[in-house]
Design a protein. Structure first.
Length: 133
């Protein structure tokens, strides 16, 4: 699946954080976006681990963007929270790594692979800044 709940929540959180003037903690974000706190905390940590967010500890701690919204793309966000690049189909980008071992018989693999490439390019070209209201 291309856009999971984790990806959706990551994007929503990042939109809020683009407007923040100080670090926001996961509890505040969780309440504001009506997202389960424990799930959101994992998402925010994944984004921080990949350098999209900066994490601050302490009483006034929380998260802030680590770079400009124009320098954060959707492919980067989704890959960070999913642990891998988002895919539309179970098809592998390499015919040798086909999960069904029937790639040689698959007549739609070239089409699906080409479609995935176009989606990857679109997501890489779409920045967080592009989707802000």
């Amino acid at each position: 699946m291309l856009i999971t709940r984790a990806s959706e929540y990551a994007i929503l959180s990042l939109i809020v954080l683009t407007k923040a003037t100080s670090p926001m903690d996961s509890e505040t974000l969780s309440k504001q976006l009506s997202i389960p706190k424990s799930f959101l905390a994992k998402i925010l940590q994944a984004l921080a681990k990949k350098g999209i967010l900066k994490s601050y500890k302490g009483v006034n701690g929380g998260f802030m963007l680590n770079k400009d919204a124009k320098d954060i793309n959707m492919l980067e966000i989704m890959s960070a929270v999913e642990g891998k690049a988002p895919t539309v189909f179970d098809c592998s980008p390499s015919i040798q790594d086909c999960p069904s071992d029937k790639a040689q018989l698959c007549s739609i693999w070239p089409f699906l692979n080409k479609l995935q490439g176009k989606i990857d390019t679109f997501l890489a070209d779409l920045s967080l800044d592009d989707i802000l209201e």
